[in-house]
Ligand binder design. Structure first.
Ligand code: PBG
Length: 328
């Protein structure tokens, strides 16, 4: 029996070749920034229980791993330091220590792997004895005091050789403050990727395990955004854009695909999305249990982020994706 159907969308799905022709979105390794964790010491590769396949590396091992990733086509990395509790204080002093783990690593990486693009993280939490992104006084996160600390931190990272500075703290006015501070010191070519719409999310859990950086009291709701709001993301984006951000980021990615699209439709700068630790952990956990096909789920999720409008994806899947493309 033949019905008279003029448009048959299935014709464009009839074989792999035609499916390839009409494919609208494609993820490539060029889209990725690979987040990596640093730890002090030598020859260390320490697994993170809630993030199978992701490790804390000492600098020597980090360099080796980065080189391998670059051979797979991954050129961009964001580094996060895991610091001993004894190095943490209220002012995040260790973030300015030129001989400290983070700044030394940035310098060394840029020297040994000049082609690698290094994004850094600007926020107080890895260095803060309070485990918060800002300066704490009487249980409150003080905005403008924090700006001064973040400005110095950003400048120290630029001096160490960072290509892109990533303020992840959500203080008001920090993009403009950092931009001015960098320009004044002659770092007008150091970029800023702003964590523009960063939500107070349950999906950061495994990352805080990786860095031992969970807040010591309270939560981050006075600075990170309420998951219910998207108009507010437009306001944050307007401010960051006006203050000089080169790239606007949405974080997390999967529960906020609408926000990615919203920013992409309204701003003429590239949009990035952070496919965060909890999003990674969910797929890994279900995969290990045999409940979903991990590789297929990874590909589908990355595709969804790009389809929503993200040009850049920060993802712990970067290496796995690249390996899969090399040996399908
Ligand atoms: C903190 C920061 C966080 C992440 C990146 N930078 C956690 C937080 O805000 O508590 C999370 C990344 C992830 O979950 O993968 N400045």
């Amino acid at each position: 029996m033949m019905e008279n159907i003029i448009q048959r969308p299935r014709r464009n799905r009839k074989n792999q070749a035609v499916r390839d022709l009409v494919q609208e979105t494609e993820v490539t390794v060029k889209d990725f920034i690979y987040p990596m964790f640093l730890v002090d010491g030598k020859n260390k590769t320490i697994s993170i229980k809630s993030m199978p396949g992701i490790f804390r590396y000492s600098l020597d091992n980090l360099l080796r791993e980065m080189e391998l990733c670059m051979k797979l086509g991954i050129k961009s990395f964001v580094l996060f330091p895991n610091l001993e509790e004894s190095l943490k204080d209220k002012e995040a002093t260790e973030s300015l220590n030129k001989k400290g783990l983070y700044l030394r690593a940035i310098k060394e990486v840029k020297k040994k792997l000049p082609e690698a693009l290094i994004m850094t993280d600007v926020a107080m939490d890895p260095y803060s004895s309070d485990g918060h992104d800002g300066f704490v006084k009487n249980g409150e996160i003080l905005n403008d005091v924090t700006l001064a600390i973040l400005g110095k931190m950003a400048l120290a990272q630029a001096e160490a050789g960072a290509d892109i500075i990533g303020p992840s703290d959500m203080m008001d006015g920090r993009v403009g403050y950092i931009r001015k501070k960098l320009d004044k010191a002659g770092f007008e070519n150091t970029s800023i990727i702003s964590y523009t719409a960063k939500y107070a999310s349950a999906f950061y859990g495994p990352f805080r395990d990786a860095l031992d950086s969970a807040p010591k009291f309270g939560d981050k709701k006075t600075y990170q955004m309420n998951p219910s709001n998207s108009e507010e993301a437009l306001l944050e984006a307007e401010l960051d854009y006006a203050e000089g951000a080169d790239i606007l980021m949405v974080k997390p990615a999967l529960a906020y695909l609408d926000v990615i699209r919203l920013l992409n439709e309204n701003f003429p700068v590239p949009i990035a999305a952070y496919n965060v630790s909890g999003e990674y952990a969910m797929i890994k956990a279900a995969g290990k249990n045999g409940w979903i096909d991990e590789t297929k789920a990874m590909n589908e999720v990355l595709l969804s982020i790009k389809r929503a409008g993200a040009k850049i994806i920060l993802t712990y899947f970067a290496k796995e994706f690249a390996l899969q493309r090399k040996n399908p």
